[in-house]
Design a protein around this ligand. Sequence first.
Ligand SMILES: [Zn+2]
Length: 407
Amino acid sequence: MNLESFVLYDRVHQCVTLSGVASKKGRGITTEDLGVIENAAMVVDSNTARIVWIGKSDQIPQQYQQIPNRFDCDGEVWIPELIECHTHLIFAGDRSHDFAMRASGKTYSEIAAQGGGILTTLSHTREASFEELLENAKLEIDRFQKWGVGTLEIKSGYGLSLESELKILKCIQVLQTQVPVQLIPTFMPAHAVPPEYKNRSDDYVSLICSEWIPEVAQAKLAQYFDVFIEDGFFSVSQAEKLCLVAQDHDLQIKIHADQFKSLGGTSLAVRLNAQSVDHLDQISPQDIEALSKSNTVAVLCPGASLFTGTPYAPARKLIDSGARVALTTDFNPGTCPSRNLPLMTTLACAQMKMTIPEAIAGITYNAAAALGLENEIGSLEVGKQFRVCQLKADSYESLPYCFGELD
Ligand SMILES: [Zn+2]
């Protein structure tokens, strides 16, 4: 056996493999399912960057004991590299003054009347050059990487004209070749109704269906299509029309549903076999039932609830019903300007009564499932990609405990 391309990582203080989480496909997670190995070792093939063997340090098979490239990882806790499955990362401008106005008691419409809100981000993003968006996005991706994130989904949706939406998607395409983080592009022209289509949202939906989706799909600029179902944004029937056209063009589906009101968006996501349905703060009991029986991943956004002072999603009910639950920052300039994905595990445990194993799975295996990548990443098992987040801690339990401040 030629051992030249192999690397042996030895004496890892604690290795959280999530092997049980993977075999249960992210449902009904217990502490045992984390598959924690104390004093672990791992063999990686550097040619393929995949895991060849994993086990205890004192049980390394004979054939791997002579590997010349070896590292001592004493004192390190390993978990799979973190996966951020829902961001609106490409935009221009700053919305800190919106928060100041909200903190002084202004309502959403008062803030919009004084030049705040999503339309401000829209006009700044439309005006921004490709290079400005690119440079800003690099800074943000770098910040996510510092929190242990190795895979990041990015949605368009702050352009809302074909020209500016293409600018955002092409920006993601270029970034994929320039940053060390794996990026997953999502086309989200139905993020809001642009001002040119005020009171004519059906016309806007028709335009997206007839011209925008075919163009984006043909240029292979996105893997996913996403839509925001909410009063004042898009209805369930508009979303269905959009998603069916997107599916016809081989785009997979994600849906923003039940954030402020339960309108039936989750039922639609289940019916369409969407990869994920996101937010769910106001999901109905019937929709919890339907979602739990489906393969669609429930993606929860506790940072947005923290920031806007709105209710948290019923994580406990979803998990106890058998749903697959992932966690995200929902990073965006309006409702969650945080890149701190580990902090979401603290919120999940403290505010949504999730267990630590459920929260860890929420930013690893189940987040991978929300992107259809769970056979490649999200757990540390033989054959999977070698993507590891190294923590300087005594235990993985420090991750939510440290309030998002663990190095
Ligand atoms: Zn979102």
